[in-house]
Design a protein. Sequence first.
Length: 201
Amino acid sequence: MSETPKFEVIDRRKRKAEEEQESGQSAAQPAPPPAAEPAPGPRLVTNEPREKAAPEPEQAAAERELADALPPPPTAKESHEQKAAYDASAQRLEDLIRAQNPAAGAQPPVGFEHLVQQLYVTAMLQMGAGTQEGQQPRIDIMGARATVDLLGVLAEKTKGNLTTAEDKLLQSVLFETRMAFLELTSMMTMPKVPPAPEPKK
């Protein structure tokens, strides 16, 4: 039978008064607590906004060079007009498809989960998933690496801006694709074992 753990309660007021008497300081000028020694007991943890790390000089220079090479962004009016034209064109296309297939319902709006799922499917296909039985899998390992890295970029750039479900989906997909990549590259880089010699008759 295990013993009940014992807890020690420390009266910090009494301890502080003793420290002040030992150091000879008055109550008006209390001794500052030692910075190196953490206070015993539970601590209040606050979520303070973390400062963004300053980009490396080479990275900052590359970003400036890329920004200078890009054309100027469209104005708000141009973006609004283009979005309206795009929505109207997409609606006409959907009406045409539904006229030819009345049983088909309206397409659900595209959300963040569709982007994550599309990148997941792309990465897995690039790593040979979905190959028909008996066929040689077609693997694009560098393409798969780029797609997995895109998922990592997406996770980094959307940090703190996702719902709980979206973040859970993205982290799960990123974990699964990285694990699949690790398994595949391990098999590809593993030294080939020579076949066993045939037994002599």
